[in-house]
Write a new protein. Structure first.
Length: 220
């Protein structure tokens, strides 16, 4: 199984984004949290910022839209070149239609589930998505504690993906650190968003290597 470490730039120094991206150039993708102060009680970046980051990033962009009305807004992120665009199950009007539109533009299509959202309704739709993001905290702010109660969702997704022969990425986001990444990898995750644990480290690149090694050790 390929392990991916996608640092969240929500934990980076906003004034020095270009140099911050270079500090984590050994990451697999750069995770960008887009929040609109409606779907979640926080406001971060928008399309113009992503378009600029796209021009300077050493690795592809992994966009996580924590916004209302992604049916309207998500395609724009694919159009500026984002590699992967993930929208929330709780906010989307037509998940399959939007995923197909994102793929048509050329991006990977992802769907995100908040901790309280059941995964079962999405299992039969799994072929429509390239990635499922299982939130391991309530979305909105960085630095929260990992919720182990979300782990059974990964097992269900991994079993379904194997049954259907799908290469769907299973991503976790929230409280991912040296202490928790092994738990998520054992549960079936292969793509890990880490913010604070990477950017708070003295050497973010070395921390990425460590997290990748720990996840690999615990993956099936």
């Amino acid at each position: 199984m390929t392990i991916r470490i996608n640092p969240s730039i929500l934990a980076a120094d906003f004034v020095n984004f270009e140099s911050e991206l270079q500090r984590i150039a050994n990451a697999d993708l750069m995770h960008i949290d887009i929040m609109d102060n409606h779907f979640v009680p926080n406001l971060t970046f928008g399309l113009a910022m992503v378009e600029r980051l796209q021009q300077v990033t050493p690795k592809p962009l992994d966009i996580h839209l924590m916004i209302d009305d992604p049916d309207r807004w998500a395609p724009g992120y694919a159009e500026v070149g984002a590699y992967s665009v993930t929208f929330h199950a709780e906010a989307v009007a037509d998940a399959v239609k939007l995923a197909r539109r994102l793929r048509e533009i050329g991006a990977r299509a992802g769907i995100a589930l908040k901790p309280g959202t059941a995964v079962e309704p999405y299992l039969e739709l799994l072929p429509e998505f390239d990635q499922v993001l299982v939130m391991t905290v309530e979305p909105g702010f960085g630095g929260q504690s990992f919720m182990q109660s979300t782990m059974p969702k990964l097992g269900l997704l991994r079993t379904q993906a194997a049954a259907l022969g799908l290469d769907v990425w299973l991503q976790v986001d929230g409280g991912i650190s040296e202490d928790t990444i092994g738990i998520a990898a054992e549960a079936g995750a292969d793509t890990f968003v880490a913010g604070s644990s990477v950017f708070a480290a003295d050497n973010p690149a070395a921390q990425i290597d460590l997290l990748r090694a720990l996840a690999t050790e615990h993956s099936h």
